[in-house]
Design a protein around this ligand. Structure first.
Ligand SMILES: Cc1cc2nc3c(=O)[nH]c(=O)nc-3n(C[C@H](O)[C@H](O)[C@H](O)COP(=O)(O)O)c2cc1C
Length: 332
């Protein structure tokens, strides 16, 4: 079974881009050094120089290839140009169309395109555009959630959709360990994309208190109370913190615009005021009331018991998946 590499990487393990700046150079380099696909996150605004700097910093930490993720809902033309100029191995896109012409442009620059989708219609568009891989995000996923379908039913549908071409399908949502990895392979995926598990690593640029909450908590919820004004129509899966439980029924007309400032963060080098119900998760620069900020997490969070080095996460995924396949699935 295909636990082996995809897209020229040693393994079919992808660290999903973690916004707004949680998958920075340290995390991406650690993942890359372990043979998996690490993905930086581009800013949500045009900042090509900053993005080039992130790419350079990552290259200083690893000789291996890696990728950059761009959320298409936000201005990104200049950022995209920087990614192609820098010729990173992989461009990950989500939350929008990425047509054939742009895929061809990326290919001309020697950059492979991974499109993350959350429904069969978007998978069809990605296939027609000629992408190099499709990430299928199930409703279990942490962060902003693209679709309504669970992974176990959506994934094989996308696998069937691309069965006439050689586009690897990568499973995302609720996968934390090798059991989830192997289950995804059985459903026809060639790789897995993990977000929450890589959030809870030593190298991720999440606030230490957020990391601690990931270990302590086991309940998440699909909601839209965070970031309604800045990014409408993008529901999210969050930890059920006491703050979330208090405000889970936030009336529809409320959003972060007119709320009190509850903290400050420097995000991609820019100081930002964080208002209550803002959609940005706390990073190590954040001051203020971190407990009341958004904390994204996938349904698999209850399986996370410790903060690990990212390389160890990759290693145990791969080694234990091999073990499960050889010991449990190969014999009658
Ligand atoms: C904190 C956080 C930030 C995320 N940011 C992004 C992002 O910027 N772009 C994106 O395509 N996906 C983003 N995702 C979603 C991941 O790419 C992936 O689909 C998801 O994490 C998989 O589910 P899991 O968290 O259960 O592993 C984010 C997820 C989390 C937890």
């Amino acid at each position: 079974m295909g636990w082996k590499g995809i897209l020229g990487f040693d393994y079919g393990v992808v660290q999903g881009p973690l916004g707004p700046d949680v998958s920075g150079p340290e995390l991406v380099a650690a993942v890359a050094n372990a043979g998996a696909i690490g993905i930086l996150r581009a800013p949500d605004w045009e900042a090509p120089d900053h993005l080039r700097e992130l790419i350079r910093e990552t290259r200083a930490l690893t000789d291996k290839q890696f990728g950059v993720g761009i959320v298409l809902s936000f201005p990104h033309k200049e950022n995209l140009k920087a990614v192609l100029d820098e010729k990173v191995a992989v461009l990950q896109v989500s939350w929008g169309d990425f047509p054939k012409e742009l895929v061809s442009e990326a290919h001309h620059a020697g950059v492979k395109v991974i499109h993350q989708v959350g429904c069969i219609e978007d998978a069809k568009k990605a296939k027609c555009a000629g992408v190099d891989a499709i990430v299928v995000q199930g409703h279990e996923a942490g962060g902003h959630v693209l679709g309504q379908d669970g992974l176990i039913s959506l994934l094989p549908r996308v696998v069937d959709l691309v069965s006439d071409c050689d586009i690897p399908v990568i499973a995302a949502g609720g996968i934390v360990d090798a059991r989830g990895y192997v289950a995804a392979l059985v459903l026809g995926a060639r790789g897995v994309c993990l977000g929450t598990r890589f959030l809870a690593t030593l190298e991720s640029f999440a606030h230490p208190h957020y990391k601690q909450k990931l270990i302590e908590s086991d309940k998440t919820e699909f909601t839209n109370i965070f970031g309604r004004s800045r990014w409408p129509g993008a529901p999210q899966r969050v930890l059920q913190t006491p703050f979330f439980n208090e405000w889970r029924h936030l009336p529809d007309h409320e959003n972060e615009e007119n709320q009190p400032v509850i903290g400050l963060s420097t995000i991609h080098g820019v100081p930002k005021e964080i208002r209550r119900f803002a959609g940005t998760v706390p990073n190590p620069t954040t001051t203020g009331n971190v407990d009341c900020m958004a904390m994204y997490a996938g349904e698999g969070v209850g399986l996370i018991k410790e903060i690990l080095p990212a390389g160890e996460v990759v290693k145990s995924l791969v080694e234990e998946a091999q073990y499960i396949i050889q010991q449990k699935l190969s014999h009658g």
